[in-house]
Design a protein around this ligand. Sequence first.
Ligand SMILES: [Zn+2]
Ligand SMILES: [Zn+2]
Length: 883
Amino acid sequence: MEEGNNIAKVYNPDEVESRLYGKWEERGYFKPEVNPEGKPFTIVMPPPNITGQLHIGHAFDGTLQDILIRWKRMQGYQALWLPGTDHASIATEVKVVEAMKKEGLTKREVGRDGFLERAWNWANAYRGRITSQFRKLGASCDWSRERFTMDEGCSEAVKEVFIKLYNKGLIYRGNRIINWCPDCKTALSDAEVEYEEQHGHLWYFRYPIKDSDESIVIATTRPETIPGDSAVAVHPEDERYQRLIGKKVLLPIMNREIPIIADEYVDREFGTGVVKITPAHDPNDFEVGLRHNLPEIKVMNEDATMNEKAGKYAGLTRSEARKQIVEDFKNLGLLQKIEDHVHNVGACYRCSTTVEPITSEQWFVKMEPLAKPAIEVVREGKTRFIPERFEKIYFNWMENIKDWCISRQLWWGHRIPAYYCQECGEIIVAKEEPKKCKCGSTTFKQEEDVLDTWFSSALWPFSTLGWPEDTQDLRKHYPNDVLVTGYDIIFFWVARMIFSGIEQMGETPFRDVYIHGIVRDAQGRKMSKSLGNGVDPLEIIKDFGADALRFTLVTGNSPGNDTRWHMEKVEANRNFANKIWNAARFVLMNIEEDILQKEEQAKKYWISADKWIISRCNTLVQEVTDNLEKYELGIAAAKLYDFIWNEYCDWYIELVKPRLYGEEKESKIAAQYTLVMVLKKTLKLLHPFMPFITEEIFTHLPGEEESIMISSWPKFEKECTYKEEEKEIEMVMSVIRSIRNARAEMNVVPSRKAKVIFIATNSAISQILKKSEIYFQKLASASEIIVKTEKKEIPENVVSAVVDQVEIFIPLEDLVDKEKEIERLQKEKENLEKELKRVNGKLSNEGFVSKAPFSVVEKEREKQKKYQEMMEKVLERLSFYQR
Ligand SMILES: [Zn+2]
Ligand SMILES: [Zn+2]
C-alpha cells in the first residue's frame, strides 16, 4: 500500500523528459538491435536542413514518424528510424555569404577553399542544433546511425551515381534553357521555381514586313527580350497569315531581319496569333528555335542586366530595358496598344527574385527513361501514396517531366566529378582527377559547379544504409517501409527518391508514402515571420511538455490534410496528462505490490464493472491497432483520449471505489487487479503518442518489464470480450447520468441524498438495477433505491426521467424544502419583474431606440430576451411547487 507514495504528487514534464530520454538513449533502446529476432521495419527521416531550427512543421513530421516507429518497435520489429541532416546547398551558402558580408568579405575574395572552410565550420557548428532539438521532442531515432548528405559515405554514393548515370548516357552536359536566379546567380530546377499569378500587361507591337508597306502585329508580355528575337511565328493553319510565311520582318529598335515562320506551338487565340520567338529567353521558344534552326541570342548577363548583344540597351536592368523599349516603340509609332494581362511569373524558392529563363551550359539528368519505371511502381501498387489522391499529382508531374538541371553555380555542395582536359577539352567523369588524357595532356580542371542539393537527398533511402557498399544494414533495411513527408516536397524529393532507388537498387525505396499537410494557425493561415503567428515547438515543450505538444499535433489530423494549431488544445492536452497522472497515483496508492501475481484469484471475483472495462479496453486495443495500420493516427489518439478520460478515469475508477474501500477481500483483489491491468494496457497504447508520461508511470507500476518503450504491444484477446456486461454497465451509466441531470436542473447539491424509485418491467433489468444499488448511492446521491414492476404508489410530487426501459422517479421532498424553494423563487420573480420593467421601458422609448448606437440597442434586446426566458422558467417551477 505504500508503493504509491514514491510517485511524485505533481507531474513535472521538464524534469521527467530529459531524464527518461537520457535513459533510453543510454540503454540503446533506439537501435533496431533491441529486437534482434524481429522483422525489420524502417523509416528514414527526411533530413532537416543544417540551417534550420526545429519549427512546428518538423515537430509535426517528427511526431508522426516517432509514433509509427515506437508502435512497430513494441510490436517486436527491428525498428530503425534513421536520422540525418541535409547540407542545403543554396540555403547554407546564402548564410555563409551573409556572415562574410558582415566582415566585409566576398566569396571571390576568400576563394573557393577559403569559402569552403568557412562553410564547413558553419555546418559543424549548426548541425548539432537541430538534432538536439529533435531529441527534446522525444524522437526515438537511432543517433548512432546519424548521417549527413555531405559525409564521406553519402558523398561517395553521389559520385558513384553521377558516374553510373553519365556512363549510361543519362547525365549529359548541354546548352539548354534553364531557370536562372539573377540574385543567387545559379540555375534552378523546375521544382525550385514557385509560380505566382501577377497582373501584368500584354503589349502589341508592329514589326514592319521587309520590302512592303505592311506590318505584322505581335503580342508579348516581355518586351525586354525583343533584342533577342530570332523570328516571329504564326500557326501553320492560320489563314490570316498564310501568305506571309517565309517572308521577313525588320526587327524594330535592332534593325535586324528575322524570318516569319510557321509552328504548331503558336496559339491562334493568344493576342494577334503572331508571337515573337526568343530562343535564348523562353523555354517554348527554345524548342521552336531547335525545330527551325534559329540562332540563340542571349541578351542578358548573369545578374539579369542587358548585355552588349542588346545593343543600345546594354547595361540597363531588365525592368529599365522594358520601359525604354516600350518607349522607343511608341516613339517609332509601332506600339499598337497595351492590354491588362494576368500571367504566371516564376520566382526563386529561396530568395523570391523573379527567375529568368536563360539558355546556359548546364548538366542535366535525362528524365524520360528514369520516370517510366517510377510511374510503373506506383501504378502497380508497389509504392502506395496515403492518401491515394496524391498519386494523381505524382503521375501528372512524372508524365510531363522535363530533363532535370542538376548543376548549380555554387560552391557549397557536391562538386561535380567531371574533369576538363586543358589541352583538347575532353571531359572525363571520374571519382578522382585523371592522370592522363588520351591526347597525352596531364593538366585538368575540375568542373566548378556543384550538384543540386536534391541530387544527394534523392539517394537518401540507400546512401544512408551504406550503399554503394553491400552492408548488412542495406540488406536489412532497404526498401524502407514508409516515408513520412509533407505534400510540398513530392516533386523535389519523393519522386526523385523513387526513380533513384529503382535505378540504383533495382527496387522502389519504400512501400508506403504517408503524406501529411502543414500546421496552420487557429484561423487557418500559414504560419509566417511576417504575420508573427508562428508557434515555437521548443517553447511549447518548455511550458507544456513534449507529450502535450505531440498529442496536440496529432489529434484531429488525418493523412494529407493540414492541421490547425489552437493554444487551448495544448492546454487541454496538458490537463489530459495531469488527469492520467492523478489516476495513476490513485491506482498506485490503492493496490498491493504483488497484485499482478493474483490473476487467477482476481478473475474468479470479477463483477460486471470489471468485465465491462476489460472488454472496452480490449476493443480499444483492436481499434487503435487498426487505425495505426491505416495511418489514422488522429483517430487513434482521439479514441485513447476518450477511453482514458471518460471510461477509465470518470467511470471505472468511481465504480470501483466502494470495493477498494470495502471489507470484501476477494472483491478488492479483483478490483485492484483490473485497475492495474487496464491501466498498463492503456499506457502501452498511449506510449507512441505520449512517450514520457507513460514511461514514467509504467516504471512505478508493478511488473517485470524494465521500460514501456520495449514492452510488448497489447493484442486483442477474444476471450476478453464481454458484450452482456458492456450493455449492463452502459445502462447503469445512462441511468446515473439522467439522475444527475434531473438533480442539476433542480439545483440540488450532491451532498443532499434522495430516494430513487425505478420502474422496470423487464426482470433482467430489475436485477441489474438492484445489484447496482451501491453505484446509485455513490455516483447519483441515492439514499436508497426501490425497484418496482408497475406504476403503483408513486408519490405525487416527483421528478421523473426515462432511460431505455427504465422509468426513474425522485420524490420532490427529498430534493428540496418546498417552502424555502417557493420563497426563493418568489424573490427571483420579483427581481426579474424589476429588470424587465426597466428594459421594456427603455426599448419602448422611441428616442432611445432611434438615437442609441445599434449595438447598444441590440444589447438591450438580448437582455430583454434573457429575462423573459428566465421568467418563464421561474413561473414554471413555481407552478410545479404550488400544484
Ligand atoms: Zn534566388
Ligand atoms: Zn586531352
